[in-house]
Design a binder for this molecule. Structure first.
Ligand SMILES: O=C(O)C(=O)CO
Length: 339
């Protein structure tokens, strides 16, 4: 994209570059970087109204920048200068960005697919095994100075021969499937779009209807993006259709599962245990999950590794560079593929 009158393009940096300093320096060579001073939405909107971000053509944003700006919604977009054409999100899940509102303003959005797949699937496997083996109960007892506890944890279950149901067969779902196969699990999946038969065969997975996935799985992992169609896709009604004693795993977004319904299902024994990385109201966690040792809890650390966080930053930065240099994005979000 040729900047107006040959002026250097401007890029808005929402959040911090922690690892990919060389890649970011390559952006700073071709663009002026604007860093907001504000730390909350009200002052961010004021800063925008004062014209501080004028002339920016692209914004790089992190998951944590939500604390300073709130959701990238119609109000925020209207406060930003009209020159903004690209929002480059560092993360696979982009539910913090209202894509429809961006599309309506001809702003293109990118995310970082595939960069997160290994690390997120790894933590899903960790949470699955931990929940199947009741490790949370033993770990809590040990820290309380009670060895295995007054009542030892119930014996766990081996993954071998068990059915892992995967809801959402994108990059993370497929990566988890491959890893779970190495543990001798049978993989069933449900997805909005069925994979090609060749891909199913290569992966060794079987497509089933949604209700069949619920009824037939020993473990259910949700690997779906959060949007209006997937919010609370697992709630009271769906828990009732599951096999009694199912193990639940969530590394996607908290609100894909109705958390209050999960707490109830754990209390009744319909769900025997759960492994969770994500929560409906992060950073707060439902007290019914915190107090239940049959739930293994991790504070949204699905991609929390040096390698993956670096890869994600580099990916998001490559979108910024491409936007500046060519007016295109490397990984535009699926909703905008035709834009
Ligand atoms: O990439 C994402 O969407 C994440 O949630 C990182 O953990």
């Amino acid at each position: 994209m040729t900047p107006v009158h040959g002026a250097r393009p401007k890029v808005l940096l929402l959040g911090v570059i922690e690892h990919a300093h060389t890649a970011w320096a390559s952006v700073a060579e071709i663009a002026d970087i604007i860093r907001p001073a504000s730390t909350d939405r009200t002052s961010f909107l004021e800063e925008a109204a004062a014209g501080t971000f004028e002339g920016s053509i692209a914004a790089y944003r992190t998951f944590d920048s939500f604390d300073a700006t709130g959701k990238v919604d119609a109000e925020l977009l209207d406060a930003l200068p009209r020159s903004i054409r690209f929002i480059c999100h560092n993360g696979a899940g982009y539910d913090q960005v209202d894509v429809q509102a961006c599309t309506a303003r001809c702003i293109r959005v990118s995310n970082t697919p595939t960069a997160v797949d290994d690390a997120t699937a790894d933590i899903a496997i960790f949470l699955m095994l931990g929940a199947m083996r009741n490790l949370g109960v033993g770990m809590a007892a040990l820290r309380a100075g009670e060895w295995r506890g007054v009542n030892a944890p119930a014996l766990g279950h081996d993954p071998q021969g068990k059915v892992l149901g995967i809801l959402g067969m994108g990059g993370i779902g497929r990566n988890m499937a491959k890893k779970a196969l190495a543990f001798g699990m049978k993989i069933r999946y449900h997805n909005r779009t069925r994979l090609d038969a060749g891909v199913e065969d290569e992966l060794g997975v079987k497509y089933v209807a949604f209700d069949e996935l619920l009824a037939g799985s020993d473990v259910l992992s949700v690997n779906l993006p959060l949007n209006k169609n997937t919010r609370h896709i697992i709630s009271e009604r769906e828990f009732a259709k599951m096999k009694k004693g199912i193990v639940m795993v969530n590394t996607a977004r908290g609100a894909v599962i109705d958390e209050a319904a999960l707490v109830e299902a754990l209390a009744s024994g319909q769900v025997s245990s759960a492994g969770l990385d994500v929560y409906e109201q992060e950073p707060s966690v439902h007290p019914g999950l915190l107090s239940n040792p049959r739930v293994i809890l991790v504070p949204h650390m699905g991609t929390w590794t040096v390698e993956t966080e670096t890869k994600m930053e580099e990916w998001a930065i490559s979108n910024i560079r491409l936007a500046i240099e060519t007016g295109k994005l490397r990984s535009i979000v699926p909703e905008q593929r035709d834009m």
